[in-house]
Ligand binder design. Sequence first.
Ligand code: SAM
Length: 212
Amino acid sequence: VNYLDSINTDDRDPLLVSMRAQAEKEDIPIIDRESGRLLRQLILFGRVDNILEIGTAIGYNAIRMAKIDKKIHVTTIERDAAMIKVAKRHINSADLADRITLIEDDAVDLDTDTLNGPYGLIFIDAAKAQNITFFEKFEPLLAKGGLIVVDNVLFHGLIDKQKDPSKNDIESKNLKALVEKIDRFNRYVMQRDDYDTAIHAIGDGLCVCVKL
Ligand SMILES: C[S@@+](CC[C@H](N)C(=O)[O-])C[C@H]1O[C@@H](n2cnc3c(N)ncnc32)[C@H](O)[C@@H]1O
């Protein structure tokens, strides 16, 4: 356990602790602790009460966000049947079925008219090659002054590696292509002047875009 994790008291909820242990054991990617803390502060500071998440996995972050305040409603989208099953079980055992709506669909195909926006926060955490697609598809549902947050934008340090010829030893073609796509999103979002965007080098890289 690192120093910050050892002194922070925000991640001691027994259900969340056991879910994180399960995710680690089964190699399921969930939000990093540090990024989770920043997200929590953004939600509190912005008094966000309606949240859309793309990519539920086992429901860790959806539950974590819903537990911040009783006013919060989270809509979360997941396409993988095995994940959906586990997420439902966790949401029920957290007694949060009334404040977490799990949409069982592919976020690429989903009809956005079925969603109850506007959302104060849209958290994009699904297939990383599709960040631009998700950003453009869901941003019409964002409230003015709202946030779009995208996780893993530095992708285990690989973006930095691929962009520096002296460090670049990535061999897999698929991985290279994925890194290119994440880099394309990062550049795209930085150039959108209707958002104030900062990429924070915490966790796996957290991109925070404030709608102006
Ligand atoms: C990184 S995990 C999500 C972790 C979760 N947000 C958390 O922090 O607890 C990504 C999830 O997105 C799902 N996913 C990927 N592409 C998707 C898509 N197009 N539509 C819906 N879900 C998708 C995957 O099945 C996977 O479970």
